[in-house]
Design a protein around this ligand. Sequence first.
Ligand code: C5P
Length: 222
Amino acid sequence: NSNINVAIDGPAGAGKSTVAKLLAAKLSFVYIDTGAMYRALTWKAKEDNVDYHDEVSLTKLLEKMDLELKYEQGGVKIILGGKDITEAVRSPEVTNNVSYVARHARIRDYMVMKQQELAAKGKTVMDGRDIGTAVLPEAAVKFFLTASVQERAERRYLEQTEKGIESDIELLKEEISKRDRLDTERKTAPLKKADDALEIDTTNMSIDEVVERLLTITQEQM
Ligand code: C5P
């Protein structure tokens, strides 16, 4: 079956993108980071002084946005109007506001349409919040990755430390919980496990263990 897509959803910091990237490489599938699309719009809104709560202006901004996701060996490069914003979209400003931008129904409609186009030919691993429920409800394989808030904050802390950025576990926990709450409570396509998704609690698992597990299950469907 060549039309197969893998959907990976879950709360913030559960390791979805790390795992999705590795899984895609093993399967020779394309990895699609849908969070990056919402982050790019949030970054652009800040840049152009557009209010995160102004759905109409955000939609206009999105429609004229020249966004390119370039898949390279090391990961995904996010190019907006020729400018590399890969690092910029991970800033606290973007991370702490992206959920407000992602709440709007018109923004989501547009993003979902783009994401469905990207997956139309199959062979993708797509990660996000609503992939199994809204973007690719027919995906052949669906995973819902979770981990305790403590564990997710510790992972983020280590990531930041490796980059030489100082952070605070308690603050990270608050930010992660707040983002989960906004994503779970929004009206349009909230963060939710699809009924037919397999939930995997990664709290006590290594990245390699998670990837192997997902790989085995995916291959059984191929
Ligand atoms: O996955 P990542 O943490 O980069 O996602 C950033 C934010 O984008 C999420 O917290 C959520 O608000 C939004 N998002 C979404 N739907 C997706 C992917 C991301 O609403 N499919």
